[in-house]
Design a protein around this ligand. Structure first.
Ligand code: PGA
Length: 261
């Protein structure tokens, strides 16, 4: 995997948005896998700025969801479908007809999970998947000890994750669903390019375990080591526990310009 250390979140967002724009110039119908959470917002802002300036065209791009709460109506403001509509699709001017995600309201949840895995494959697979990382190393809602071969499935949230996410539900943990549908780690690994952004010292231990630790289900993000094209973009805080930080800085500074990330 490639590790890129950037000065701050804004620079990380611009670097990744640049890679997305480059992909869209080569493949205007690219399927972009997007993530929720606070970390990816600078990516979406930078990409929207590129669209406004005419540097890239997204009218044929397609968007795929990483995970979703079970039981929240799609129109609920905190369903991830609603969040992504507000934070990604509307600013980019992409319509919901170009959006795909699992049905968190399905009565047959297992069937909805299988249907989403099939839909991703039938759409030709995800070209570039954005990922955040939890302080416990989770990607999507694949919490520690999720199978590295897992497919899209239902997961029961840990109490800590529900406490963390209560900030989006008026601070009321009672409103946070217990269950989610998440792309599995095996599903995520099928995307052609994985790009993980982590910012802040709070993510430093998880980033060190992901990049320099063993491949282990206890740190789900370490599965990125198995992927032929995985990029981990970190600010100085998130990079602060990397033993190989100088090596990563040197290689990124000296790679050929045409290579991109
Ligand atoms: P955050 O969430 O970007 O809000 O820290 C990341 C995650 O839990 O995947």
């Amino acid at each position: 995997m490639e590790v890129v250390i950037v000065p701050d979140a804004k620079a990380g967002g611009e670097l990744i948005a640049g890679a997305m724009a480059e992909l869209l110039r080569h493949k205007p119908t690219a399927l972009l896998g997007v993530a929720t959470g606070s970390t990816p917002l600078p990516i979406y802002q930078a990409l929207a700025a590129q669209v406004s300036s005419g540097a890239v065209e997204v009218s044929r791009a397609r968007i795929a969801q990483l995970d979703e709460y079970v039981g929240l109506p799609a129109e609920h403001p905190e369903s991830y479908r609603s969040v992504l509509r507000r934070e990604v699709l509307e600013p980019l001017g992409i319509g919901m007809d170009a959006f795909m995600g699992p049905d968190g309201t399905a009565e047959d949840v297992r069937g909805a999970c299988e249907a989403y895995d099939r839909a991703l494959a039938e759409a030709g697979g995800v070209d570039l998947q954005l990922l955040g990382i939890g302080t416990d190393g989770h990607i999507g809602f694949n919490e520690p000890c999720s199978s590295l071969a897992s497919r899209t499935r239902i997961k029961t949230l840990t109490e800590q994750t529900r406490i963390d996410n209560a900030r989006f539900f008026d601070g009321d943990i009672g409103q946070v669903p217990h269950h989610v549908i998440t792309q599995g780690i095996g599903t995520i690994l099928e995307a052609r390019h994985l790009v993980l952004l982590a910012t802040g010292e709070g993510k430093a231990d998880a980033v060190a375990a992901t990049v320099e630790g063993p491949v282990a289900a206890v740190c789900p993000a370490s599965a990125l080591q198995l992927h032929p094209h995985a990029t981990v973009v970190v600010d100085e805080g998130a990079a602060s526990k990397l033993k190989f930080a100088d090596y990563f800085r040197h290689t990124f500074a000296n790679k050929p310009d045409w290579q991109g990330i």
